[in-house]
Write a protein that binds this ligand. Sequence first.
Ligand code: ADP
Ligand code: MG
Length: 275
Amino acid sequence: MTVETEQIVRSAEERSSDTEHDEGPSLIELDHIHKTYVMGDVNVHALRGVSLKVSPGEFVAIMGASGSGKSTMMNLIGCLDRPSKGRYVLDGVDVSSLSKDARADIRNRKVGFVFQGFNLLSRTSALENVELPMLYANVSSEDRHRIAREALHAVGLAGREANHPNQLSGGQQQRVAIARSLVNNPVLILADEPTGNLDSRTAVEVMDIFQRLNQESGITIVLVTHEHDIAEYAKRVVIFKDGKISKDYPVSVRRNAAEELKNLPVLVDDEDDEE
Ligand code: ADP
Ligand code: MG
């Protein structure tokens, strides 16, 4: 056993003997997290003591003014960065103390990312973009093709495997990004303003995919948005203010994207076949 695996196993054991709450284990547990960026001789306190628990199967919308610390927190939850102070446990593993490599390993196995700007490789087909996370996970090329194809199919993009990003609409590009986030079977999807660059119908289509993944596959979703109507597709809203959580409440009347899509006019898409 390497030191890191030992650390992982040990903190998992510590967690299972932890009886402070009885609502079952959290998937995400942030405990008094601080993040300070040092910029020359200026310290930016991006997070000032954030504590948050998210259970498996939740769908959380994070809101708050620009600069309130939302992306910083998403980066920490996604193990892209580490807190300056405080403890972070992801799926039973204390990741706040892990090395960069160990964090990358956990990230690749547990977390899928979706960004506002899609972050696709432009000179690469949809299929190859979706295959990318599996390159780091030692999946055979045959399995990579099959899994990527299935993921594109699952987000409604069967037949677009060979298209490059510039041959796809914004909504289709975001669906490629969602397919890419799924191929390593994440327990958690982190989406930072995923509908920020999309028109309103396309935004509902993307929320429909997230609601299905949450409902049907039990994937936990944490999504940043600045739009209240997008937050209403989640089950819970957490509001950030000045690097702290200022509000945390369940969505009382939840929106259902699949139902709404039935009543939204479909935009004409030249490429699609006539019936
Ligand atoms: P939000 O996503 O809510 O707009 P951010 O988490 O991006 O907020 O930023 C929170 C604060 O931290 C802001 O003051 C921002 O300027 C600062 N910040 C974010 N990332 C960095 C960084 N890499 N280096 C220095 N300061 C940063
Ligand atoms: Mg941000």
